[in-house]
Design a protein around this ligand. Structure first.
Ligand code: 13P
Length: 320
């Protein structure tokens, strides 16, 4: 087994999953602002230290995705010392796809090989790249799917060339405007194109992770989400893929956990795990609100969500 395949396997060990704490300066700013927390470097560092320093988190959390600043703050080291594998978001966010109003393309390929070398030197073992697909009138276009799939494959190839496990994340946005059938149809087209491109770019499937959005609409129940998502994964994702993790995409904490739990109850051919951002952090951030005296209770809150999602990787979660 290659070293990357070994890392991928470790990241989706039964009972464990990944904390996505890679919010860009702007994204963390929005979350902080909503709670009246100043978006300063000091606060961002203190917040990530609160999460990463949670005693016992390593029992449920296999890896954490960081942002450039966090890795430069030396917090990758803090994770490694606890036995949590550090990863890094390497895309530079989305911009409008010119001539395709409302659609996005992700930037960050220029100079990526150099950045990957630097991140590997700082201890990162895996990377993440997020592409965004929006469902709407006439959207997504084939062009939007194609360009994002091509870029995801180029990113994945560069990441593997640097010895880093890529988290290939084509996020089909969860909006209130679309129904389940439409989400299934779009996700199907996206996964088909993404895996076609990954094969073309000679990606070692065992050494990559698919970070997937669920097949879901606003009102879909957990059993249906599970059935639909696992059926589509079986149809479009090679069994060799090293691991599959899900983003929460704006679902609340409990719903995210329930959906993952239902998926694992139907014994899919891969270990399905989580790589949640908001669904692991929302309550903890609200408890912390930037105050040192709240660190302990915020850690308890975070640990609880991590534990519930750990149970969901085994299909053993009981709704709270
Ligand atoms: P959410 O779980 O909040 O969607 O974030 C996961 C992530 O990493 C999105 O890129």
């Amino acid at each position: 087994m290659s070293e990357m395949a070994g890392v991928a396997k470790q990241l989706v060990t039964r009972g464990k999953g990944v904390l996505a704490a890679d919010e860009s300066l702007g994204s963390i700013g929005k979350r902080f602002e909503a709670l009246g927390i100043e978006n300063s470097h000091e606060n961002r560092k203190a917040y990530r230290e609160m999460l990463f320093g949670t005693p016992g988190a390593e029992e449920y959390i296999s890896g954490a995705i960081t942002f450039d600043e966090t890795l430069r703050d030396g917090l990758g080291q803090m994770l490694s010392e606890k036995g949590i594998i550090p990863g890094i978001k390497v895309d530079k966010g989305t911009v409008e796809l010119a001539n395709f109003p409302g659609e996005k393309v992700t930037e960050g390929l220029d100079g990526l090989a150099e950045r990957l070398k630097e991140y590997a030197g700082m201890g990162a073992k895996f990377t993440k790249w997020r592409a965004v697909i929006k469902i709407g009138a006439g959207m997504p276009t084939t062009t939007c799917i194609n360009v994002n799939a091509e870029i995801l494959a180029r990113y994945a190839a560069l990441s593997q060339a640097a010895g880093l496990v890529p988290f290939v994340e084509p996020e089909v946005l969860l909006d209130d405007g679309h129904d389940l059938e439409r989400c299934r149809e779009v996700t199907d087209a996206v996964w088909q194109k993404v895996f076609e491109k990954l094969a073309e770019y000679k990606i070692e499937f065992e050494g990559m992770i698919l970070k997937a959005s669920m097949v879901i609409a606003m009102d879909t129940g957990a059993e249906e989400v599970a059935r639909e998502t696992v059926a589509l994964l079986r149809r479009r994702v090679p069994v060799e893929v090293g691991g599959i993790v899900f983003l929460s995409g704006g679902q609340d904490e409990i719903r995210s956990t329930l959906n993952l739990n239902e998926m694992n109850k139907i014994n899919p051919p891969w270990q399905l795990s989580f790589s949640y951002g908001r669904a692991l952090q929302d309550s903890a951030l609200k408890t912390w609100v930037g105050k040192a005296e709240n660190v302990e209770s915020a850690r308890q809150t975070f640990l609880h969500r991590a534990k519930m999602n750990s149970l969901a990787t085994k299909g053993e979660y009981q709704q709270e």
